[in-house]
Design a protein around this ligand. Structure first.
Ligand SMILES: *Cc1c(COP(=O)(O)O)cnc(C)c1O
Length: 504
């Protein structure tokens, strides 16, 4: 911290400058009083440690403060608006958390006999029913642990189906240029070659280019709808028919399901597999690494290859099928045990408390809120494509042309103003992308405060105040970081300073 922003301590307000835990305390200190161990014979065969253990020595209040201060430096949806496009960062009703913490759910063990966990299996069965009802699909695999894992599940099912048909020469997967990076990564991980398909001038997949790429080497296509430009792919049925006529399978990336829940029946689009990010659409705290869940719905063509386990209603109860029965041809398992059960409980709680009408209203409100941003910002920022958007509004950096301010600079200045930035530089199909997804849970007041800040910053950039942006953020604990250096040469290990080492 330099200039008139500096304080003598380095702390600002009551925001404390926090060293690493290893830089605090001293190895000689201990948070608990334990009697010295009695003189016992060494049973370690001469392998006992000879040097200092190197753990930080702190008291309990020091440890509590350290982690509390770190947590206060973390931004979260519970702290404020989180307009990160493609991520669906919406409020997570506390009711869902209450349900997931019920001892009958939270204290289960996956090895318990099925007769003792009938309630939990019923939750999984109800959740399956809801997901099949909302999509119209034939089967659902609950176990994938996240969206990307669901993609892997769907594409493994495609591979298994092709192998069963004896068509292992089909090894190409078509992916639009605007796709989330997980799509080509999934295809590659399943042993497929990825072929990119360009978009058209409206921001949707180029139908002619798509059809021209379909031949008998194509295993499948992976499309996102609404797509990552925030637009509905209108030609889904025509595309699906062409895919099937070419003998391939149609994977739909369902990460943006929040925009169409209760409005579009996925099966009607001709889809063979789609993952659903429960942590996005059906409300689970996410970001920071999970946990999430990516149940994958399958068409009749792919259902026989669904991974184990299966959950089936039988008589008065529910049975978990862990081994092949009848004509099942599972490609394997996605995960140990049964999936992210706590996320299942949250999703079912969310669905049952909103009901079908509530879910339909939520998707409508999510689209309405995004179009509110589009309407308020669209004359100042440059919208990448014409017309109303779905659940997210995409702008590019043409409005910053000639100002010396980049999308990155603009985002850094937003942090100073108290707003988490939108998604930047994704999708790759527009220059300097700014992708904003407000979700249905934000109020008009919050959206207005956000728009006011963005419009004021845009005016400042146009007025020629580039330094205001290139020096931002000014009010964060670490100001502007060298992100390239951080990514290329990350410092992941703390080394004790030289004198301390000498003293060991
Ligand atoms: C979030 C997202 C994914 C990946 O989902 P994870 O749960 O993060 O693995 C895939 N595709 C799109 C379009 C997404 O937004």
């Amino acid at each position: 911290m330099t200039g008139d922003m500096a304080t003598v301590t380095g702390n600002r307000g009551l925001v404390i400058e926090e060293p690493l835990i290893f830089e605090q305390g001293s190895p000689a200190k201990c948070g608990v009083d334990l009697p010295d161990p009695a003189d016992k014979p060494d049973r370690l065969g001469g392998l006992a440690r000879s040097g200092a253990i190197g753990l930080p020595g702190l008291s309990e209040p020091e440890v509590v403060r350290h982690y509390t201060r770190l947590s206060q430096k973390n931004y979260a949806i519970d702290a404020g608006f989180y307009p990160l496009g493609s991520c669906t960062m919406k409020h997570n009703p506390r009711l869902n958390e209450r349900m997931a913490r019920l001892p009958g759910f939270a204290d289960l063990h996956p090895f318990q006999p099925q007769a003792t966990v009938q309630g939990a299996l019923a939750v999984m069965h109800h959740l399956s029913d809801w997901l099949l009802g909302l999509t119209g699909m034939e089967a659902v695999a609950l176990s994938p642990a996240a969206g990307a894992h669901g993609e892997l599940c769907g594409m493994q099912a495609v591979r298994a189906a092709l192998d069963a048909r004896g068509e292992d020469h089909r090894r190409t997967v078509l992916v639009p240029d605007s796709a989330h990076g997980t799509n080509p990564a999934t295809a590659a991980l399943c042993g497929f070659k990825v072929r990119g398909i360009p978009g058209d001038a409206t921001g949707r997949v180029d139908v002619a280019a798509f059809k021209a790429a379909l031949d008998d080497t194509v295993a499948g296509v992976m499309l996102t709808n609404p797509n990552t430009c925030g637009l509905f792919e209108r030609d889904m049925v025509e595309l699906a028919e062409a895919v099937h006529a070419a003998g391939a399978y149609f994977y739909l990336d369902g990460a943006n399901f929040n925009a169409i829940v209760g409005r579009v029946k996925i099966a009607d689009l001709g889809v063979d597999a789609m993952h659903i990010n429960l942590h996005k659409t059906f409300s689970t705290p996410h970001g920071g690494g999970g946990p999430g869940a990516g149940p994958t719905v399958l068409s009749a063509a792919l259902a026989p290859f669904a991974p184990l386990p299966h959950v089936v209603a039988e008589g008065d109860g529910v049975r978990l099928i862990e081994h092949i029965e009848g004509d099942m041809q599972p490609f394997g398992r996605m995960k140990g045990f049964h999936g992210q059960f706590g996320v299942f409980v949250r999703a079912l709680s969310y669905m049952m408390s909103l009901g079908r009408d509530g879910l339909r209203q939520a998707s409508g409100d999510a689209v309405l809120n995004a179009n509110y941003l589009m309407a308020r910002l669209g004359d100042t920022l440059t919208a990448s494509f014409e017309g109303p958007c779905m659940h997210e509004a995409l702008f590019d950096d043409r409005f910053l042309k000639g100002t010396g301010v980049s999308t990155l600079d603009f985002a850094k200045a937003m942090i100073d103003e108290g707003f988490h930035p939108m998604t930047m530089y994704f999708p790759l199909v527009v220059h300097g992308a700014m992708l904003m997804e407000p979700t249905e849970t934000e109020s008009r007041e919050t959206l207005d405060a956000f728009c006011d800040a963005v419009l004021a910053l845009a005016a400042k950039a146009r007025a020629g105040d580039a330094a205001f942006f290139t020096e931002a953020p000014r009010h964060t604990p670490r100001r502007r970081l060298d992100e390239t250096k951080a990514a290329r040469t990350p410092v992941l290990r703390w080394e004790p300073p030289a004198p301390a080492r000498a003293a060991e």
